[in-house]
Design a protein around this ligand. Structure first.
Ligand code: SF4
Length: 277
């Protein structure tokens, strides 16, 4: 067993110890080489029944902890196999700010679909200037030009689900491979699906431990900290964009509209599939 595992008493087990009903398969179209998420880590971390029970217990104990305390716990427990994916939203910026105080060495990455707003891309530079943290861009296999050429034009106009699969989900599955845990910026009050999120739990979609330090926070809590600490944020939020994704699939919302009404407007789609179970 590696020092990483033994130092932290992680129940490092082989994927062959998985409970019989655990499905570790990832869509073959993702093209993963080896096992997904933490199952493909060195050493592998697998969700045995005992480990899941332990996560549940730890999650309950962390319910009253502050987001910074939760992140500190995550770093103590899982670094250097702890990472974070960010779309540079207000919640993600808040977590980056907290990590900069307690563990600035935490690897952070962004899925650069090639369709992000210039204002979003600039946030990477602002994070670097403010915190000295270099967020890594994870790119799809094909450039936008090659992707559109291969598919007869912009796929977001005809099949946004497949476009998200090709340019976000595939990239994220590959990026999640080899880590034990990652931080998520979701809040429980964002949707009925997210309302069930534990502070710490097993991410069945990407196969690693998911830590949600802001689960108990409200939008107001997030923006209060951003204002108080002068945390960089996307200037599009001041121009009517409460939720920001790729440029072609995001519009400003009108007064009274739902926060996510500007995402994939005109399609029966509200999530890119990263956080839904
Ligand atoms: S949000 Fe739009 S442009 Fe971005 S990956 Fe999904 S469908 Fe494609």
């Amino acid at each position: 067993m590696s020092p990483i595992a033994s130092d932290r008493n992680l129940p490092v087990v082989s994927p062959t110890d998985l409970p019989g009903d655990y499905d570790a398969t990832v869509d073959p179209k993702v093209g993963l080489d080896g096992l997904p998420g933490a199952l493909g880590a060195d050493p592998p971390l697998a969700p045995t029944t005992d480990f899941l029970n332990e996560l549940e217990k730890e999650s309950r104990q962390l319910e009253s902890a502050t987001p910074t305390e939760i992140l500190r716990w995550a770093v103590d427990r899982y670094a250097p196999k702890f990472t974070m994916a960010t779309a540079f939203g207000p919640e993600g910026m808040t977590i980056i700010h907290m990590l900069a105080q307690i563990a600035p060495e935490t690897p952070i990455f962004n899925l650069d679909t090639g369709y992000q707003f210039e204002e979003t891309l600039q946030l990477r530079e602002r994070v670097k200037e403010r915190y000295g943290i270099e967020v890594e861009f994870k790119l799809p296999e094909l450039s936008v030009e090659a992707f559109e050429k291969a598919n007869g034009g912009p796929m977001y106009q005809t099949d946004p689900n497949r476009c998200c699969f090709e340019r976000k989900l595939k990239v994220l599955h590959r990026a999640a491979q080899g880590w034990h845990a990652w931080a998520s910026a979701i809040r429980r009050d964002q949707s009925p699906d997210r309302a069930k999120a534990p502070i710490v739990g097993w991410d069945k979609k990407f196969h690693l431990v998911k830590i949600s330090p802001l689960a108990n926070w409200t939008k107001k809590d997030v923006w209060s900290l951003i204002t108080k600490e002068d945390i960089p944020y996307n200037p599009l939020h001041d121009r009517g964009y409460p939720s920001i994704g790729c440029q072609p699939c995001t519009r400003a919302v009108m007064a009274g509209e739902d926060e996510r009404a500007g995402r994939w407007s005109g399609f029966q789609k509200t999530e890119c599939g990263l956080h839904s179970s």
